[in-house]
Write a protein that binds this ligand. Structure first.
Ligand code: FES
Length: 100
């Protein structure tokens, strides 16, 4: 039976971790797994659990610009993300959370 619900999350962060194994450029080539782990740790340390969710995503079709991080429902896409950019993404999430 199909059940439709509203998302329980204020911010849902999708980190593409798709890995093409070197066949073509993919987000995994730019440490997206580590980016995801750092974002998850930030969500925990900020006390956002239950409001902000970090999930793995498959390919979003912009592989050459990876790593890619997408935030919904705010429709923010971050491309060319490296592990050094995590703080900036966390700051963007913080800005969203402060507007609540
Ligand atoms: S591999 Fe990440 S967008 Fe395609």
């Amino acid at each position: 039976m199909l059940i439709q619900n509203e998302s329980p999350f204020v911010v849902h962060v999708f980190v593409c971790t798709n890995d093409r194994g070197g066949e073509r450029q993919s987000c995994a080539d730019n440490n997206s797994q580590l980016i995801k782990e750092k974002l998850k740790a930030a969500v925990d340390s900020k006390g956002w659990k239950g409001k902000v969710r970090v999930s793995t995503s498959g390919c979003m079709g912009v592989c050459a610009q990876g790593a890619n991080v997408m935030i919904y429902p705010q429709k923010l896409w971050f491309s060319g993300v490296s592990t050094d950019d995590v703080d900036e993404i966390v700051a963007a999430i913080e800005e969203i959370m402060e507007r609540l």
